[in-house]
Design a protein around this ligand. Structure first.
Ligand SMILES: Cc1cc2nc3c(=O)[nH]c(=O)nc-3n(C[C@H](O)[C@H](O)[C@H](O)COP(=O)(O)OP(=O)(O)OC[C@H]3O[C@@H](n4cnc5c(N)ncnc54)[C@H](O)[C@@H]3O)c2cc1C
Length: 422
């Protein structure tokens, strides 16, 4: 059953009608068929393009993406753990044109915000009335001395963008001798999928327990603790993998020597057999060049929390991981932001005040083995007074993993893929 725009917005803020600010004056577009260009067909971009067309078939939507197929980061750790095939992560874009979306296979090289033009690698110039940037993340590999050289030598991958590197990391684990050390280094916050490295440690331990029981996992963690689903992960590791996962918090990696396989942090040097460094992240250079990567640290894109329009360049909206906010950087949040943005763009084209109190939901499942998972559910409601999304008191994390949450997690994946691409 598809959710119509009215149902979605009702779930956003019906009970907050009394606090709605006076309607702002929004100029209705004079165009017969306004054109929205969406860059990136990931969880944010594909969802936004699809819901724009579902909720207002009068809008012309062009979706630009270089890849023929979608590859999912959610579930990619299962492949690294050896209990899922890589093919299960790969999904078709074939349904999107059925909504009337024009798919363009290309790479966007630049944006001219004044002329409202998008430039592509193949030489196209595409005009827009509104642009949605959803290009995901860029990795600050220069923050780890030696990373680029090690990557070229195929000695290190972050595998935080699903694709060939997912399989390379899996092969490295398969080739590792029993008794070897697998080192995972995660960056300090904020970043994509904070629970991802802890899930990765769990699936590696699951694999080692069966095939290389003398092996060890060292986590050099830029966070002060196991910050996502912490009690659940710690209990699961104690129960399933005692002594196997050595978690070292507040330990940010600064360098890697691929010839000696030594990883250096601010505090120690660690030699490992397989190294998985996840460098810290930022909105891609495309966002910087477009003038929308505009926070003080030159990392994220400031947005209006109601329309997701850039705070620095009009008519450019940003959804997904590049957004500056206190929301988790996840597929679920990107998908929700995309719907709020689509609804706001439709309102703006029609001279209406967009929904002033949007609500974001985020459910996240992390596997601890091939049969068990932990879960967290969070609801965040925008506070017009405080101008931030506030976490609501309901929801939270399950302190224990379970087979039931594993089953729910499988359904969550099927649902998010169907909602984004189906
Ligand atoms: C191991 C792992 C596990 C995860 N598990 C979960 C989970 O269980 N639940 C969850 O909610 N989230 C999870 N996440 C996080 C989730 O994958 C991301 O937060 C999500 O993919 C962000 O969506 P996005 O649309 O912003 O970016 P992406 O999904 O990265 O999509 C960006 C798209 O833009 C395209 N693109 C980039 N630049 C350009 C350009 N210049 N021109 C044209 N196209 C471009 C890319 O090709 C890509 O298709 C996980 C992440 C990892 C790494």
């Amino acid at each position: 059953m598809s959710l119509n725009r009215r149902d979605f917005l009702k779930s956003s803020a019906a009970t907050f009608a009394a606090s709605i600010a006076p309607l702002a004056a929004h100029a209705k577009t004079t165009k017969a068929q306004p054109h929205v260009v969406v860059v990136g067909a990931g969880f944010g971009g594909a969802t936004c393009a699809k819901y724009l067309r579902m909720w207002d078939p009068n809008i012309k939507v062009t979706l630009i993406e270089p890849n023929d197929k979608f590859t999912s980061c959610p579930m990619s750790n299962w492949v690294i753990g050896g209990f899922q095939t890589f093919d299960a992560l790969v999904k078709s874009y074939d349904n999107l044109p059925k909504y009337g979306i024009k798919m363009v296979k290309d790479w966007v090289t630049g944006v001219d915000g004044e002329k409202r033009l998008v430039m592509t690698k193949s030489g196209k110039k595409i005009a827009y009335d509104r642009l949605v940037l959803a290009p995901g993340m860029e990795w600050a590999t220069e923050s780890v001395q030696g990373w680029d050289e090690a990557y070229a030598a195929k000695k290190v991958v972050h595998s935080f963008r699903a694709g060939p590197d997912t399989l390379l990391l899996r092969k490295q684990l398969e080739a590792m001798p029993d008794g070897g050390v697998f080192l995972i280094a995660s960056p300090p916050p904020p970043g994509r999928c904070v629970s991802g490295p802890y899930e990765r440690a769990s699936v590696a331990a699951h694999y080692f327990k069966q095939h290389k029981p003398k092996s060890k996992i060292i986590m050099l963690d830029g966070h002060f603790d196991v910050v996502s689903k912490g009690p659940m992960f710690k209990a699961a590791w104690k129960e399933l993998y005692p002594g196997m996962i050595d978690h070292r918090p507040n330990n940010m990696v600064t360098a890697f020597n691929h010839k000696t396989m030594v990883v250096s942090s601010e505090f120690e040097d660690v030699k490992a057999d397989v190294v998985n460094i996840i460098p810290w992240q930022r909105a891609p250079k495309l966002c910087k060049d477009a003038g929308v990567r505009n926070d003080a640290l030159d990392r994220w894109c400031g947005i209006d929390n109601i329309t997701y329009e850039s705070t620095s360049v009009p008519n450019i909206h940003i959804v997904g991981d590049p957004v500056l906010s206190n929301m988790p950087k996840s597929a679920h949040v990107s998908n929700n932001q995309a719907k709020i943005c689509a609804a706001a763009i439709i309102d703006l084209f029609n001279g209406r005040q967009p929904e002033p109190v949007p609500v974001i939901g985020s459910t996240s499942y992390s596997v601890t083995s091939d049969k068990t998972s932990g879960a967290i559910a969070v609801v965040m409601r925008y506070s017009p007074e405080k101008k931030v999304y506030e976490r609501q008191p309901t929801g939270g994390a399950n302190p224990l993993h379970s087979e039931l949450d594993f089953a729910y997690g499988q359904s969550w994946h099927d649902n998010i893929w169907a909602d984004t691409l189906g």
